[in-house]
Design a protein around this ligand. Structure first.
Ligand code: DGL
Length: 274
């Protein structure tokens, strides 16, 4: 079966997958969460690249010629090397797309002040990928970034509703807004963060937009498939969805519905080749 592969370090990519399925329910999809090795956010370039490549290769072997890295950290640290160095060796028909470019292309349209704030993992922020990409598409935009290294661990551990978690979230949001008082749009540049949106909203003035990237990525994928019929026609259209995790299946099933909005049956997998 030929499917579209969706990859994330853990659960976060499910927020993007949910938006993709809402827009394009007919395709077959395989979701892979590398929960056993999540979070990726504080790991080195080399490690994120190696883990991401293993997961992409696993999705290729499972019948996905097109893989979406539904993870900003992997998109920032591994996408370019995979596209430039690995795909030519693995197979010319294989495609890997990330989430940073489709988001950076469009995000300026949400801002009236032209001042945008980015919240992401340490890896995404340190890579400067959003700043670099946004400078291509909208050089007039003033971008401020703030890294939130504790947010993904809080979400992965389902511990984000506690008072301590709210204090951490508040402090991070306030640091971003203090860096530039003209920010009127905050991009949640990590696919885990939409889960935190109701909490983030409490610490942000009503006039500030908080943007999650799921729908932006879904729109961009739809446009990509229209432009690339050679890729699109290769994907089966039975509406099948399979979920795999490198971690504990019972944990994945228990948490994943929170991100995906419905119950999920998952299977375990090992992406490391012996
Ligand atoms: N969802 C990933 C992202 O968008 C989380 C990264 C992590 O595992 O730290 O960056």
């Amino acid at each position: 079966m030929a499917s579209i592969g969706i990859f994330d370090s853990g659960y976060g990519g499910l927020t993007v997958f949910k938006a993709i399925v809402a827009k394009m329910p007919d395709y077959n999809y395989i979701y892979l969460g590398d929960n056993a090795r999540a979070p990726y956010g504080n790991r080195s370039f080399e490690t994120v690249y190696q883990y991401t490549l293993e997961c992409v290769q696993w999705l290729f072997d499972a019948g996905c010629d097109l893989v979406i890295l539904a993870c900003n950290t992997a998109s920032a640290k591994a996408l370019r090397t995979i596209q430039q160095n690995d795909l030519p060796k693995i197979g010319p028909e294989k495609r890997v797309l990330g989430v940073i470019r489709p988001t950076a292309e469009i995000i300026h349209q949400y801002s009236r002040t032209n001042h945008i704030g980015i919240l992401g993992t340490s890896g995404t922020v340190a890579s400067n990928s959003y700043v670099i990409e946004m400078a291509h598409f909208a050089p007039e935009i003033q971008v401020s970034q703030h890294a939130c290294p504790l947010w993904v661990p809080l979400v992965e551990a389902n511990a984000y509703q506690t008072d301590a978690a709210k204090l951490i979230i508040r402090s991070d949001v306030e640091q971003l807004l203090l860096a530039d008082k003209a920010i009127d749009t905050i991009l949640l540049a990590c696919t885990h963060y939409p889960i935190l949106k109701p909490i983030i909203q409490q610490f942000v003035p009503e006039s500030v937009n908080i943007i999650s990237q799921g729908e932006l990525v879904a729109d961009s994928l739809e446009a990509y498939l229209k432009r690339h019929s050679e890729t699109e026609t290769g994907v089966d259209r039975k509406g099948d969805m399979l979920f795999y995790t490198t971690g504990e299946v019972s944990d994945f099933e228990a948490h994943a519905s929170l991100f995906f909005g419905k119950d999920i049956k998952a299977q375990s997998c090992n992406v490391v080749k012996k």
